[in-house]
Design a protein around this ligand. Sequence first.
Ligand code: BG6
Length: 464
Amino acid sequence: MNFQKTFLWGASISAHQTEGAYKSDGKGLTVQDTRPRDNHEIADFTIASDHYHHYKKDIKLLAELGVEIFRFSISWARIFPLGSGAVNQSGIDHYQKVIDECLRYNIQPMITLNHFDLPQALEDIGGWSNRETITAFKNYAKTVFKAYGNQVKYWLTINEPNVMLLVDQKILGKQIPLQEKYQQFHHLMIAEKYAFKLCHELVENGQIGPVPNISLVYPATSKPLDNQAALYFNSVRNWAYLDFSCFGRYNTVFKDYLKQKDISITFAAEDEALMKENFPDFVAMNFYTTMTVEKPTDKNKMSEGINDQQSEDIMDWGFYKGVTNPHLKKNQFNWTIDPEGLKTTLQTLYDRYHLPIIITENGLGAKDQLTENGKIHDDYRIDYLSQHLEQCLNAIQSGVDLFGYSPWSAIDLISVHEGISKRYGFIYVDRTEKELKQLKRYKKDSFFWYQKLIQTNKIPLERR
Ligand code: BG6
């Protein structure tokens, strides 16, 4: 089976992980520029892949790759250096040039409004704990919809609020107390509702979707209590967010979780109506893995025995505890690989929301090697992508309305907390953690493989 001709092929990046130029042309600092680093041996985001200065070259390469969409995020602090207040015209101009460059090659920009990089000035007033941040976000969203809405039709709201809150220490560099965390959840989701509303009001034919990271949660055994654990973690990690986005409500399992944790959410007068009146046009989903949990039985053992990179943060006494799934392989960075889980995730998600789905992240972080003659033989990435795409085809065949695939990542970028050595791109960026070299771009084997896939709408059998 082939993909339909209308299926959208893309590639994705985020601003802070690629752009660099962290203080150039009036940009304000963001929480990603200031967050305390646990490992100073790895690259920071100050120069990253220097996409800010290489965007023309990078987009030209993406055109050669053949993508129809390019998912990137706008750095809010380039548009509003202080999060709100005066607009920085250089920031507006920069993204205008990026958009023009995409359109020159017939590549549709798919823009994420915010990808982990909240302006520091807003963090200084409490970040997402303070409703002022919602007001600032509304104004920022309105500004970019007005500036680019006549050219950009695909919009994404706030990248992975679920992962940002669950793995706060790693992504934001600080732990947020539980009560505050779930108040932030509410504020993030309300901000998203404003983005849906404003996009529909201001962008003619505009389409907008939420962009959570979805990892279906399996019970470790058929024990009823392990199944309960999976139910709660599925709700807290996945459905609480999408139920808010797509149904405009808190789901019952999540409400029970909050009640048992003694957490109460403060609503503002406008929230109820806003939640129930504004919905997305599609769901964008980032998928890397699935999770497996059991019901924790011994509080003393809560921090032991969890060696799964993606499960290590799952330790919630009374509810669930992450375990390694013995049936699945892992990548070099200890992330579980589960292509069949992607099919199940797509089916579950489609069955729940009945909205078209696009995958906006999926990919393999690996320690690629540049050979002396400028090649990167990343067969392992081709294998990973092939296996996941086969499951996309299976999901489509089973009735899921999956309309596009935009893997992570277009070019090599700085991983959230594992530097440049963990590479995801189709395009290699020649730098090390500490040495910038020339930041030259090279096409990996996966580049040619993906190019062929896009040309034929069929998963190529050959690897090179
Ligand atoms: C996603 C994020 O959760 O995972 C990306 O949206 C991130 O920003 C990606 O890069 C892979 O994670 P990591 O930690 O390997 O960079």
